[in-house]
Design a protein around this ligand. Sequence first.
Ligand SMILES: NC(=O)c1ccc[n+]([C@@H]2O[C@H](COP(=O)([O-])OP(=O)(O)OC[C@H]3O[C@@H](n4cnc5c(N)ncnc54)[C@H](O)[C@@H]3O)[C@@H](O)[C@H]2O)c1
Length: 344
Amino acid sequence: MAKQTKKVVGTKAVEKLLITGGAGFIGHHIVQYFLEETNWDIVILDRLDVSGTLNRLTDLPNWEAQKSRVKFVYHDFRAPLNEYVTTRLGEVNYILHLAASTHVDRSISDPMLFVEDNVVGTTNMLQYARTLKNLKAFINFSTDEVFGPAPVGVSHKEDAPYIPSNPYSASKAGAASMGIAFFITYGVPVITTYTMNNFGERQHPEKLIPRTIRSVIKGETMPIFAELNSKGKLQGVGSRFWLHARNTASAVHFLLQKGKAGEAYNIIGFDELTNLEIAQKVAQFVGKPLKYKFVDFHKMRPGHDRRYALDGTKLKELGWKPLVDFETSLKQTIDFALEHPEWI
Ligand SMILES: NC(=O)c1ccc[n+]([C@@H]2O[C@H](COP(=O)([O-])OP(=O)(O)OC[C@H]3O[C@@H](n4cnc5c(N)ncnc54)[C@H](O)[C@@H]3O)[C@@H](O)[C@H]2O)c1
């Protein structure tokens, strides 16, 4: 993999990173991270759909000073990348493939879109990667959801079987499988990552944390997904592990240096909270009470799983450590949202 890259201000960039979905939530945190921590140039490929906006980038604190290092290329990769697109992308050394349709509820109402964006789209990106002469790594972003629910006490390792429960996770399993196949068949240097629930500044307002902040500010009742029996009695509350997107960005940078093509790595958060606990923590940081009611997720959201969990030993043993801790980064995310209500 790549040599350690030092931040060299004022020196001509030697590497170019292509980020698909760089106008999306995690993508823009990765853009910010690489602008701050390397001297690489970045090219973003995105179609700016309901989850993507260039305002995420122009909103970054160091944007004005750094924007000459970032180029934007418009393309919807459900279509293969033709010459108009590849010419604009230019020479590329690394691809971080994040762009995807990501909202589980939308995958349930429109599964074919998820096949097109995630399976067909990823295959188009991999086909493009085959044409690159100086490609050092293609990071194919996947999710803990491909492994299906994890019973309490179980954390899936990277080689666990895919048992997706909904069209989103099934399409991500298809996309990850295509990446692995392109490594084996054509030698494309694909690294697969499985990531847990990310949070951070400028996340889509439909997601749990921004939604909870809004409900708490307005004094509205927040639905908390749980398992209820036929009499409405609580059987258990869903839980997730959480990590700030800056930790995901630092893990990606680490993998470009230490990761091995053909391998998969779990990028984990260390803090598991039930849906009620995370909502209560958000309310505590906002400084207002949480009003909530339990709703049965089986009834409301078929295909949603109660718990996901990944084993992070492989990345830890390679030497990666998270950059920011959960409590501090959650507090900062909430302070940012309170100061910038346009993002929630
Ligand atoms: N957010 C999480 O908690 C989480 C957890 C695990 C894995 N992931 C994975 O990380 C990646 C990024 O997630 P996110 O939450 O930042 O996503 P997001 O929904 O915020 O952003 C997705 C971006 O991709 C773009 N896009 C979608 N389809 C496209 C297409 N066909 N052509 C071009 N651009 C397209 C959108 O315009 C948007 O800018 C995804 O692959 C997702 O599956 C996310």
